[in-house]
Design a protein around this ligand. Structure first.
Ligand code: ZN
Ligand code: ZN
Length: 342
């Protein structure tokens, strides 16, 4: 065991300079590094960042340049590769800015309370996690529009399949695997949590996710014969998902009209007493998969299908276009409104 042989004043590489694995989340990489050096996570972090509060905030969103620089220096990788493990690396790609004081669009909240995680904002694919005997957590599992693993055609899980608690891999001890639940010791890879989605919904959610992965890969989306840049596409899709997730009667009518026509599952939107649970990002994986499948069905013949269903469900433009203070990208606002005017 290397243990405290690591000297934090040592200027060179760490004895086991693990690099981040493909799509690895910053915290997953940090936990693997600490374990590789035979140190408890807290000890490892206090050696290198003695004055920083690391685990009582969402480090994957908020890690500062000092954390990233130390990791890059001691593992011998470029700063940009280390920075890529942060959720902030999607700024100007999926969203404008990764917010530090409020919730961020498309980022699942983990509900940090001291060192506890109260929300189900970290998902995983049991098959991916069990691959090659090297469990690690993917950055994309923190995204609200990611609800399936397209490689294994599985819906993602967002809790321990044995005790139902949120995934908190940074609290496992040295004798546990990263794929174990620190609360009940159960393996996240040994059982698939039951889903309330039917087969048709899962198929649509999986298709929709393939489309979104391809948009990210090629840098634009094709909508009704026009190219739309990635960030605008996600801004429009986010608007549509929030509209479909809303508790308002008009959104309820719209969801029902779509479901009646295509036979897809209806999401169970939390009731009024849960006032804080109104964002798409606050919903659990099954409900987000249902909303994304409805959105995917609408977008597969856009803008005609949406314009018609808005008519059927008596949603006026003033409701459909209402959206915080942000201006909507043209591809989603103008085309639907034009069809309705005609
Ligand atoms: Zn998988
Ligand atoms: Zn558990």
């Amino acid at each position: 065991m290397l243990g405290t042989d690591i000297d934090r004043t040592f200027p060179g590489m760490w004895p086991v300079p693990l690099r981040p694995l493909p799509d690895e989340l910053l915290t997953s990489w940090l936990v693997r590094l600490a374990r590789a050096h035979g140190l408890r996570l807290h000890t490892f972090c206090s050696l290198y960042w003695p004055r920083k509060q690391m685990w009582n905030r969402d480090l994957d969103r908020f890690a500062d340049s000092d954390v990233i620089a130390v990791l890059a220096e001691h593992t011998g990788i470029p700063y940009s590769d280390a920075y890529d493990t942060m959720l902030r690396s999607w700024e100007h790609v999926i969203f404008e800015k990764c917010q530090t004081r409020t919730n961020s669009d498309w980022i699942l909240p983990v509900g940090i309370y001291h060192r506890i995680r109260r929300r189900h904002g970290l998902q995983y694919c049991p098959e991916c996690l069990g691959e090659n005997g090297l469990p690690y957590f993917r950055k994309s599992w923190r995204l609200a529009f990611v609800t399936c693993c397209t490689k294994h055609r599985l819906r993602l899980s967002d809790s321990c399949p044995h005790c139902g608690k949120p995934v908190v891999f940074h609290r496992v001890n040295q004798h546990q695997s990263l794929a174990q639940c620190p609360f009940c010791d159960g393996y996240l890879t040994s059982r698939i949590a039951p889903t309330t989605c039917d087969e048709l919904t899962l198929t649509w959610a999986n298709c929709q996710q393939r489309v979104l992965e391809s948009v990210l890969r090629i840098g634009y989306a094709e909508v009704d014969g026009e190219a739309v840049r990635t960030q605008d596409y996600f801004a429009g899709l986010g608007h549509l998902c929030r509209l479909l997730a809303h508790r308002d009667l008009r959104s309820q009518r719209l969801r029902l009209a779509i479901s009646d026509e295509c036979g897809l599952d209806l999401p169970a939107i939390p009731s009024r007493e849960h006032r804080s649970l109104i964002r798409f990002e606050d919903l659990r994986c099954d409900n987000r998969a249902k909303i994304l499948s409805l959105a995917g069905w609408l977008l597969s013949d856009f803008p005609r299908r949406l314009a018609r269903l808005l008519e059927v469900s008596h949603c006026p433009d003033s409701y459909w276009l209402k959206h915080r203070d942000l201006s909507l990208p043209k591809w989603i606002s103008t085309s639907v409104t034009e069809i309705r005017r005609r």
